[in-house]
Design a protein around this ligand. Structure first.
Ligand code: LLP
Length: 427
């Protein structure tokens, strides 16, 4: 993690972006985290607006030489204020359900700025997307194409549709988030794509917008992306040679981030691969990044509620666990965990766990840090993507509060759920 931009002993203005220490106190965009938490309580997600803006602008600048549209993947974090921020920063939206489409609309996106992706779209969802006239629907099967066509014709419309291709390329990531191999449920086999696109072209209710591929998430190697791009470029060129017009090439999301503080994949190199694919086909490019934009911008702040010794160290029990941040329990994911106020004491082996009655409710095993005490605050870093979005009410735990730090100030963007909120729909 970046240290504070000034020496620990000066009081000069700080200019640190994201999560950084000043002396022993962790800050978010220069705001003292302990101050925020004193008012908001724990567990709380904190987001650095400056980090989001920088990461979005860096990727956009890297793609500047290629006609493109960046559709932020709402599934990574669809908290309304953050989605609104993406729009004001110039992104478009990628939605994976009607719920995400409605959030995008409420965040001010026009239907024509929204892509609709997803492996299982219910009829009502397709009807809503067609009626709205979303920018494109990424279709996953021949059956779905037929259903979209029928819905559009019934409304006397032409729905813009891209075909999701499964290139059978290993994303070299966790199997749970790998989507582009033959045995995965996503898309249609590469070899079926040309015939399906021709058939789409002939349907009165469809406008063939393009081709789509999304290999997987948290990809740390650019190799697979290159292979998938080459595969889809081959299909696009063959169709072009036959005179089947396409508008865009959607190369999905999936760029990984570093979770251990080492440098992550280079957005410039990533953009170069995507740009070359677009140039090869003469099509405009669409990207659907989620994690790379918001992942490093968020931290989950939790309070220590118990500390107890075990034979090889200590269990440090927090008031946050798999209900707030599922990634470690679900994927064995690693997140750095750091004290909000540093103690100067010898490091001890800490197994940092949550309060949920599951042995998988672990946030970090065998972490070396000065033994925290009850009521200390810890921050779980790089939790901006797939953190709050995957939180649940298991054990009847209320969803955490969320706070956005922007321009030296902070505001609650989602208040902590109350028991009444949780029970609101129950009869
Ligand atoms: N486009 C499509 C079609 C997707 O399925 C996804 C992610 C994205 C874009 C955005 O991918 P990103 O740029 O965020 O990698 N819950 C998991 C990640 C699931 C990703 C699902 N699809 C995790 O916490 O690692």
């Amino acid at each position: 993690m970046a240290e504070a931009a000034t020496s620990p002993h000066t009081a000069a203005p700080r200019t640190a972006v994201g999560f950084a220490y000043d002396r022993d106190a962790l800050h978010c965009d220069d705001v003292l985290i302990a101050d925020i938490v004193r008012e908001v309580g724990t567990p709380t997600y904190l987001y650095s607006a400056a980090t989001i803006a920088i990461r979005l602008r860096t990727l956009t600048a890297a793609l500047a030489g290629t006609p493109h549209a960046l559709h932020y993947a709402l599934k990574a974090n669809s908290t309304l204020a953050l989605v609104t921020m993406m729009r004001t920063l110039g992104a478009r939206a990628d939605a994976n359900s009607v719920g995400e489409i409605e959030v995008a609309l409420r965040a001010g996106f026009a239907p024509g700025e929204i892509l609709f992706t997803g492996v299982g779209k219910a009829r009502a969802e397709l009807e809503r997307a067609v009626t709205l006239g979303v920018y494109a629907i990424n279709a996953e099967s021949a059956g779905e194409l037929e259903r979209i066509d029928a819905i559009a014709r019934a409304q006397d419309r032409r729905a813009r549709v891209a075909l999701r291709v499964n290139p059978d390329v290993d994303a070299e990531t966790h199997p749970h988030i790998s989507t582009g191999q033959r045995h995965n449920k996503f898309g249609v086999p590469l070899e079926d794509a040309p015939a399906l696109v021709r058939a789409m072209h002939a349907r009165a209710g469809l406008h063939v917008a393009g081709l789509h591929v999304h290999l997987g998430s948290q990809m740390m190697s650019l190799e697979p992306i290159m292979r998938a791009a080459a595969a889809i470029v081959g299909v696009a060129r063959a169709l072009k040679a036959e005179g089947v017009p396409l508008d865009h090439l959607d190369l999905g999301g999936g760029l990984g981030i570093s979770y251990d503080g080492t440098p992550g994949p280079d957005p410039q190199a990533y953009a170069a691969i995507l740009g070359a694919a677009a140039r090869d086909t003469g099509l405009s490019l669409i990207v659907e990044p989620g994690r790379t934009i918001v992942g490093p911008a968020g931290a989950l702040v939790a309070r220590v509620v118990d500390v107890k010794p075990h034979q090889a160290g200590h269990f440090v029990v927090l008031d946050a666990g798999m209900t707030e941040l599922l990634r470690p329990a679900l994927y064995g994911a690693f997140h750095r965990i750091v004290p909000v106020t540093r103690r100067h004491a010898p490091a001890a082996r800490c197994d940092i766990v949550g309060p949920v009655c599951e042995s998988s409710d672990i946030l970090g095993l065998a972490r070396e840090l000065p033994l925290p005490r009850v009521d200390d605050l810890l921050a779980i870093l790089d939790a901006g993507a797939y953190g709050s979005a995957m939180a649940s009410n298991y054990n009847r735990r209320p969803l955490p509060a969320e706070v956005l730090v922007q321009d030296g100030r902070w505001r609650t963007i989602r208040r902590r759920q109350t028991i009444d909120d949780m029970l609101a729909g129950e009869l």
